[in-house]
Design a protein around this ligand. Structure first.
Ligand SMILES: NC(=O)c1ccc[n+]([C@@H]2O[C@H](COP(=O)([O-])OP(=O)(O)OC[C@H]3O[C@@H](n4cnc5c(N)ncnc54)[C@H](O)[C@@H]3O)[C@@H](O)[C@H]2O)c1
Length: 349
């Protein structure tokens, strides 16, 4: 497919971490385009993060659930592309209770696909980008640094979260095959950057240290993750949306593998703190050992490569953001961020 810019993008999950960054990135990169953000404002959705865009005519927020078919149908009809990233996203929560993950990540994805299918049936073609994760591939061993996830690596998810995302991948592939829907998929490694909900490891550790609290490190900390700056991910999603071949999957990674222990030491070093701030805690059940991405396809075919993810600079800048925006995360940690929606829109869901 040749490069194509879209006039009106429907983004799902735009009040979450990656969504908030994508809204800003997209409006900046595509000054003539509009974006509608459909978000249910679950615990991880924060409308306050986009408060400054309220008067932006090219931006619209719709408070709604991706499982609500009439809402989805109506919004899909208005747009020429959908970027679907609304999800339950935290592995630990999926281990406590998988139900919301099945409902949103599988049922919600089906609703979006049915909305796109309905629109196509009515003569309105809409391209969809499904934002998936490298976790659908399962885990790699620690003693084989030569192994990387490729797009043709079999899906072998190991957490309920990853299984629900993999089901979304498969539904997208099936709808592309069966109904000839125009769908592209991204599978990205761990993101870091501004506006991340402080239950995830980097903002959790950074905000704990700012508050003088220890950082809880799972097990022996040897599990390895690949870290990508969220804006590099946003750029990859836009690149795939606008130029990816229909039906294709694109891995997105930062070439930036670190064990959780290395990550912890790096954060401690950046924040002038010592090892005594580490508090070992019982390991996550079924904790995947290593994720590592071969992002060669998106580099070769779409000319994307990470430009904002190199450490220590990108990590230091992220830590500075949490230092400078302590009001943002303090309100999230205390739950006060929900008041903004109540005061602004007069009700909660
Ligand atoms: N964070 C990462 O490191 C990472 C890496 C790769 C892929 N991803 C994928 O990127 C996407 C976004 O991740 P994130 O970290 O920003 O997640 P997040 O938890 O910060 O945000 C999720 C957003 O989706 C919204 N949402 C949840 N259920 C909804 C529903 N039923 N209807 C409408 N909105 C709903 C929430 O309110 C929230 O705003 C997810 O699909 C995730 O699987 C994330």
């Amino acid at each position: 497919m040749s490069q194509r810019e879209f006039q009106h993008v429907l983004l799902t999950g735009g009040c979450g971490f990656i969504g908030t960054n994508f809204v800003r990135f997209f409006l900046e990169q595509r000054p003539d385009a509009r974006l509608t953000n459909l978000d249910a404002l679950t615990y991880s959705g924060n409308a306050e993060s986009l408060r400054d865009l309220e008067d932006e005519p090219r931006y619209r927020f719709v408070h709604g659930n991706i499982r609500d078919r009439p809402t989805v149908d109506a919004l899909v009809r208005e747009c020429d592309a959908v970027v679907h990233m609304a999800a339950e996203s935290h592995v630990d929560r999926s281990i406590q209770d998988a139900s919301p993950f099945i409902s949103t990540n599988i049922g919600g994805t089906q609703t979006i696909l049915d909305g796109v299918r309905q629109a196509k049936g009515d003569g309105h073609d809409v391209r969809m980008c499904y934002v998936s994760t490298d976790e659908v591939y399962g885990q790699l061993p620690l003693d084989r640094p030569d192994l990387l996830f490729r797009e043709d690596t079999p899906l072998a998810p190991s957490s309920p979260y990853a299984a629900s995302k993999a089901a979304g991948d498969m539904l997208c592939a099936a709808y592309h095959h069966t109904f000839a829907l125009d769908i592209v998929t991204t599978r990205c490694s761990n993101n870091f950057g501004p506006y991340q909900f402080p239950e995830k490891v980097i903002p959790l550790f950074v905000t704990n240290l700012i508050e003088g609290e220890p950082v809880p490190l799972y097990g022996d900390g040897r599990n390895v993750r690949d870290w990508l700056h969220v804006l590099d991910h946003c750029e990859a999603v836009l690149r795939v949306l606008e130029g990816g071949a229909s039906g294709e999957v694109y891995n997105v990674g930062g070439n930036n593998e670190r064990s959780n222990l290395e990550l912890t030491h790096e954060i401690l070093r950046c924040m002038d703190q010592g090892e005594e701030m580490i508090r070992p805690v019982a390991d996550r059940l079924g904790h995947d050992l290593r994720y590592a991405i071969d992002a060669g396809k998106i580099e070769r075919e779409l000319g994307w490569e990470p430009t904002r993810s190199a450490w220590p600079g990108a990590l230091e800048a992220t830590i500075d953001w949490y230092r400078e925006n302590d009001q943002w995360w303090r309100r999230v940690k205390s739950g006060a961020y929900r008041e903004y929606y109540r005061s602004q829109y007069g009700r909660t869901k």
